[in-house]
Write a protein that binds this ligand. Structure first.
Ligand SMILES: NC(=O)c1ccc[n+]([C@@H]2O[C@H](COP(=O)([O-])OP(=O)(O)OC[C@H]3O[C@@H](n4cnc5c(N)ncnc54)[C@H](O)[C@@H]3O)[C@@H](O)[C@H]2O)c1
Ligand SMILES: O=C(O)C[C@H](O)C(=O)O
Ligand SMILES: [Mg+2]
Length: 479
C-alpha cells in the first residue's frame, strides 16, 4: 500500500555527479519531469572529476520518491548515493525525552532529590496514598497504552510498530495541553492480561488513554478498567473520535440547513470508532443510522456473534436495510468513514441526497480522497493534517485530559463528552462557518482552553470532580 506522506514532505537526494558527462540542468529536468519540485541545493564536496550535491525535493508519496530516484539515476554520469526522508529523520531516536524539573548542583540537592531526603516524602505518601497526586508526577501524567492491534487504519502491526503513533500522541498531549504522557506498547493482545498490566502500572498515572486497540476487545478492556481503577480511563479511538465527529457534524448540519433528527447517516467501519460515533449520534438526536462493515449493512432483526454488533443491530437501521455500502448509501445525507482506504466511490457519492456531507476519517488514507470527492459533495472532511476540515481525535484528547486532570475527575461521563463536542463546535463562529471551515484547527489555542473549561464544568455537574480546578488553563504553545 502506498502511504501518502503529506504534501509538505520532502526528501533529500545525495548525488554524485561526473563533472564531464553530466550537468545540473539535466538533473533538474529529470526531477521536474517526474513531478518533483526542487526546493534547495547544497554542494557537499567538489573535486576535479566529481561533485557531490544534496538536493531537497518536495514529494507527495513513496511512489513519487521512487520515480524521482529512478529518473535521476537514469541521467548519464549521475548516481543517487543516498535518499533521506525528513519524516524518518525526525523519528531518529524517537520523539520525546524525560527532562528533570530540578537540577542537582551539589550534595545538598542530591540528598533532597534522592536519598535520604526522598524517604520522608515516600513515608508521607505511604501514610496517605492520595498525597501521590501532589508529591509525584501522577497529577499531570497519563499513560498512552496500545497493544498495536488496530494502529490507525494499518491494522494489527504489533506493539513496536505502534510506538511512533503513541509517541506522537505524547507530543500532542504535551504541546497542546501541558499533559505529560508516556507511550506504553504492550507485547500481548490478551484482554485479561492487558487489564491486569494496566491496573498494575496505574499508581504512576493520573489517567489512562487507551489507543489503537481493536474491537471488540477494546470495549471489555475499557469497561473493566473503568470499574476497577480509581483514575479515568478513556479509549481515544472510541470517545475522542466520537466527540470530534459530533462537533464537526453539528457545524456541517448548521451550514447545509438540515436537522439532526431528519438525517440519514451511513457509518462505514463498525469497530471501536464506528460504534462510539454511532452512539454519540443517537444521543444527539439522530434516528436513522445504517452501519456497514466488510460484509455489508448491519441489519435490524439479524443475530450477530459479536456482542457490540448485536447491540448495533438492535439500535440502528430502523428500516432494516441490507446490502453493500453502494446499496444502502442511496439518499444518505451524511457518510462517516472509520474503516479503511478507498472504500467509497464517486458513484456512491452521486447517489447521496442533496448537499452531501462526507467525513472520510480513516488514517492515513481516507475512504475517498478530497480531490476525487470534491465535485460531488458540499462538505468534505478527513482525519489528516494536510487538508481542510481535519476531523481527528487530536482536537479532543489534549483538552479533555487537561480538564480531567485539573479537577481530578474519577471518570469521564457522557455529559463531559457532549460538553467537549459542543465546546469544539463553538470555536467556529457563525461568521466563520463555511464548507472549508466546519471544525477549528488543532493549532487554534482556544480549542484546548474551551474544551477544558466545558469538561470541568460538566465534571462538577456529573459529581465526578474531586478537586477545585485552577482558574486559568496551562499555557499552550502554538506554532
Ligand atoms: N480521524 C480520527 O480521529 C480517527 C479516530 C479513530 C479511528 N480512525 C480511523 O478509523 C479506522 C478504524 O479505526 P478503529 O479504531 O475503529 O479500528 P477497529 O479495528 O476497531 O475497527 C475497524 C472496523 O472497520 C472495518 N473495516 C475495515 N475495512 C473495511 C472496509 N473496507 N469496508 C467496511 N468495513 C471495513 C473492520 O472490519 C472493523 O470492524 C482507522 O482507519 C482509523 O485510522 C480515525
Ligand atoms: O491517530 C490518529 O491520527 C487518529 C486516530 O487515533 C486513528 O487511530 O486514526
Ligand atoms: Mg487511534
Amino acid at each position: 500500500m502506498a502511504i501518502p506522506s503529506g504534501a509538505s514532505t520532502s526528501i533529500i537526494l545525495r548525488l554524485e555527479m561526473n563533472k564531464e558527462t553530466s550537468s545540473f540542468a539535466q538533473v533538474a529536468a529529470a526531477v521536474g519531469d517526474a513531478g518533483g519540485d526542487i526546493v534547495a541545493i547544497d554542494v557537499g564536496r567538489s573535486d576535479k572529476t566529481i561533485t557531490v550535491r544534496d538536493i531537497t525535493v518536495n514529494v507527495y508519496d513513496q511512489k513519487q520518491t521512487e520515480l524521482i530516484v529512478e529518473a535521476v539515476n537514469a541521467v548519464n554520469g549521475v548516481k543517487v548515493v543516498h535518499v533521506s526522508d525528513q519524516t524518518f529523520l525526525l523519528h531518529i531516536g524517537g520523539k520525546i525525552e524525560t527532562t528533570p524539573k530540578t537540577p542537582i548542583k551539589n550534595r545538598d540537592d542530591l540528598s533532597r532529590v534522592y536519598t535520604p531526603g526522598v524517604a520522608r516524602v515516600c513515608m508521607a505518601i505511604h501514610e496517605k496514598p492520595s498525597r501521590a497526586h501532589s508529591l509525584t508526577i501522577k497529577r499531570n501524567t497519563i499513560a498512552v497504552v496500545s497493544d498495536g492491534s488496530a494502529v490507525l487504519g494499518l491494522g494489527n502491526i504489533g506493539p513496536e510498530a505502534a510506538m511512533p503513533v503513541m509517541e506522537g500522541k505524547a507530543v500532542l498531549f504535551k504541546q497542546f495541553a501541558g499533559v505529560d504522557a508516556f507511550p506504553i506498547c504492550l507485547n500481548t493482545q490478551d484482554t485479561e492480561e492487558i487489564i491486569q498490566i494496566v491496573k498494575a502500572i496505574a499508581p504512576s498515572f493520573g489517567g489512562i488513554n487507551l489507543e489503537d486497540i481493536s474491537s471488540p476487545r477494546c470495549f471489555e478492556i475499557e469497561q473493566r478498567l473503568i470499574e476497577e481503577l480509581d483514575i479515568p480511563v478513556f479509549h481515544d479511538d472510541q470517545h475522542g473520535t466520537a466527540v470530534v465527529l459530533l462537533a464537526g457534524l453539528l457545524n456541517a448540519v448548521k451550514l447545509v440547513g438540515k436537522r439532526m433528527e431528519d438525517l440519514k447517516i451511513v457509518v462505514c467501519g463498525i469497530g471501536a470508532a464506528g460504534i462510539a460515533c454511532s452512539k454519540m449520534l443517537l444521543a444527539a438526536g439522530v434516528t436513522n443510522i445504517i452501519g456497514v462493515d466488510r460484509a455489508g449493512a448491519i441489519v435490524r432483526g439479524e443475530t450477530y456473534e459479536n456482542r457490540a454488533w448485536q447491540w448495533y443491530a438492535e439500535n440502528t437501521n430502523p428500516e432494516g436495510l441490507s446490502g453493500s455500502l453502494s446499496e444502502v448509501i442511496r439518499g444518505a445525507d451524511v457518510f462517516i468513514g472509520v474503516s479503511g482506504p478507498g472504500v467509497l466511490k464517486v458513484t456512491d457519492l452521486q447517489q447521496m441526497a442533496k448537499d452531501p456531507i462526507v467525513f472520510a476519517m480513516a488514517n492515513p488514507t481516507p475512504e475517498i480522497s478530497p480531490e476525487e470527492a470534491e465535485p460531488y459533495v458540499r462538505v468534505m472532511a478527513t482525519g489528516r493534517s494536510d487538508y481542510p476540515n481535519q476531523i481527528n481525535n487530536v482536537l479532543c484528547f489534549p483538552g479533555i485530559f487537561r480538564g480531567i486532570l485539573d479537577c481530578r475527575a474519577s471518570r469521564v461521563t457522557e455529559e463531559m463528552k457532549l460538553a467537549a463536542a459542543k465546546a469544539i463546535a463553538s470555536v467556529v463562529s457563525d461568521e466563520e462557518l463555511n464548507e472549508y471551515y466546519i471544525i477549528p484547527s488543532v493549532f487554534n489555542a482556544s480549542v484546548v482552553e474551551t474544551v477544558r473549561e466545558a469538561v470541568i464544568q460538566a465534571a462538577y455537574e456529573s459529581g465526578v470532580a474531586r478537586k477545585a480546578a485552577p482558574t486559568s488553563p496551562k499555557p499552550v504553545t502554538v506554532y
